[in-house]
Design a protein around this ligand. Structure first.
Ligand SMILES: [Zn+2]
Length: 556
């Protein structure tokens, strides 16, 4: 049962992204056989789920042409049963090619709804926690997680799996007495065994909205209570996250985000839960799930717990409220979450930002794919998304910060995220162009698009010192590509104080692989030049072909 999921998951996502899952495309249409296709759009998912048995029932509220006769069809698992059309048995229904097709006559007035039931197995997509799982924490208590993801909401019932679809949701969760249950939207505990969540204001995408998480020993602690929002931590007693989270910094960050991007999109309450997860963190509307052992993970960010929490907070706007036009656009959502976290670190957290840049730079140098790979066949999707956590923020934002200025990049992101809806990497380019007044076409063509392993530049520096210091910088690439960029150089002499940082710019439209710079006022002999000392540029550190091993930790 799992293998087909993986095959579908791993291979065709990008193809789907390229071939027509963008929200601008016509809504889903059923296959030819079985009746006239009836165009439909899911306005709302009502999802009832029993955490103990895995029994799910779902109701899809559809926008269809009033009074029309025909069939609607949605991706669904073969085990879906009891399909009903507007509360009654449909004229016909069938499962074919991984889709549920249901036929009838749409009501003349009011919406059409489609009901069905499914028992969701305790199983996950290989190499991920996507699906329905229970994992024991360090004390042997179960963390239960129903986790959706890009193009996978049909694991839980009939669902429009295209990434660029935003909808409303309600969740009615039946659970064991005493279990603490979280789900997206405003949450109310009906009684000891029932929890309901309503997400009926700002719409959300299916990749993050299909979420139910529970733990029998979660206790709620308020971390932040300000005008910017209320943040509650759900963690069992003795958990590692609470002591590691600087609540003052979270409050400051929430203030910083809301000042630039408006109020929290899903209401002032934000729940942060500790769980036994693979990913460092995951963004759900009004909920964030963090891996319960985050504070012990080394070798990534200076403060991995705070960084991950801030990253997931950014996703409330970038990913949840404003989402991906297609699966291919995945890099922008991670780039924006990482970049805004970094800017805050740079402004408020001392040296944390330098560690973040160093980590990204290392990830980027070992990337196997371009941000918009043109490979045929497309790279396996899981490998691709795992690959973009360095190149995404570096290429889409940090390098442009060097070329355009941070205020221009932040203004571009404010435009990009101003409205709910779907956005592509192209939309990001246009937003940055609009705020900077510069064409970024060549920059994106060179840095973002490509086939095969990236051919990042190596910068060779030569210098001569007579009346003034003359630096000659040459980009070396296998293919002869010349990258628009700005390169920082640290000039070093014999004495410790003999140091000078200079910048050589190729600009956005370089005409040559060689750039020169004359530096005055250096009255000591330059012995060494360090390229990109602050890790702000994706570049090779040697001309050789030896590749660094990819770092282990990653996050979605
Ligand atoms: Zn993320």
């Amino acid at each position: 049962m799992l293998l087909p999921w993986l095959r579908r998951f791993a291979l065709p996502c990008l193809v789907l992204g390229v071939m027509g899952c963008e929200s601008g495309d016509p809504p889903l249409e059923p296959p030819d056989a079985g009746g006239a296709p009836l165009a439909s759009r899911v306005e709302r998912y009502d999802f009832a789920f029993d955490l103990t048995t895995g029994e799910a029932s779902s109701r899809l509220w559809l926008d269809v042409e009033a009074g029309a006769r025909g069939c609607v069809s949605f991706p669904a698992r073969a085990e879906v049963m009891d399909a009903r059309w507007g509360g009654v048995p449909p004229e016909s229904f069938r499962m074919a090619d991984g889709r549920l097709e249901v036929c009838g006559v749409a009501p003349v007035e009011g919406p059409l709804w489609l009901d069905s039931r499914l028992r969701v197995p305790e199983a996950t997509v290989p190499y991920t926690q996507v699906g329905f799982s229970r994992r024991l924490d360090a004390q042997g208590r179960p963390f239960t997680y129903l986790l959706g993801w890009l193009e996978s909401c049909d694991l839980f019932g009939p669902c429009d799996t295209a990434p660029g679809r935003l909808a409303h949701f309600t969740f009615d969760i039946t659970h064991a007495s005493g279990e603490v249950v979280l789900c997206p939207g405003s949450l109310s505990r009906r009684d000891e065994t029932h929890t309901r969540c309503e997400l009926l204001g700002t719409r959300a995408p299916t990749y993050s909205a299909f979420m139910v998480a529970s733990h029998p020993a979660w206790e709620r602690t308020r971390l932040v209570d300000t005008n910017a929002g209320r943040v509650d931590l759900y963690e069992p007693p003795g958990g590692l996250l609470g002591p590691a989270i600087d609540a003052g910094a979270v409050a400051e960050f929430l203030e910083w985000m809301t000042a630039r991007f408006g109020p929290l999109p899903y209401g002032p309450e934000l729940r942060v839960a500790s769980g036994r997860t693979d990913w460092l963190g995951m963004e759900h509307p009004a909920n964030i799930v963090l891996r319960d052992d985050l504070p012990g993970i080394g070798g990534v960010y200076a403060n991995v717990t705070l960084h991950t929490l801030m990253h997931e907070v950014v996703h409330q706007w970038a990913g949840d409220r404003t989402t991906l036009a297609s699966a291919e656009d995945y890099p922008w959502k991670e780039a924006v979450a990482e970049y805004l976290t970094y800017v805050f670190e740079d402004e408020h957290r001392g040296d944390d930002a330098a560690v973040t840049l160093a980590y990204w730079d290392r990830l980027a140098r070992t990337a196997s794919y371009h941000l918009r790979p043109r490979d045929t066949p497309a790279p396996p999707f899981l490998s691709f998304i795992n690959d973009i956590y360095g190149t995404g923020p570096m290429i889409l934002l940090v390098q442009l910060e060097s070329l355009l200025g941070r205020p221009q990049v932040l203004a571009g992101l404010q435009t990009f995220l101003a409205e709910p809806g779907v956005r592509s990497i192209e939309d990001l380019r246009r937003a940055l162009e609009a705020t900077s007044g510069k064409s970024l076409q060549r920059y994106f063509d060179t840095w973002v698009d490509g086939e095969g392993e990236p051919d990042w530049p190596y910068f060779q520096v030569e210098w001569s010192q007579e009346d003034a210091l003359t630096l000659t910088v040459t980009q070396r690439t296998v293919t002869g590509k010349v990258y628009p960029c700005e390169v920082e150089l640290d000039l070093q002499g014999d004495a410790p104080e003999a140091r000078r940082r200079v910048t050589v710019s190729y600009g956005l439209e370089p005409e040559s692989a060689t750039a020169r710079l004359t530096v005055t006022g250096v009255d000591w002999a330059v012995r060494q030049v360090a390229v990109d000392p602050r890790n702000r540029l994706v570049n090779r550190r040697s001309l050789g072909q030896v590749r660094e091993p990819a770092p282990q930790a990653w996050r979605l």
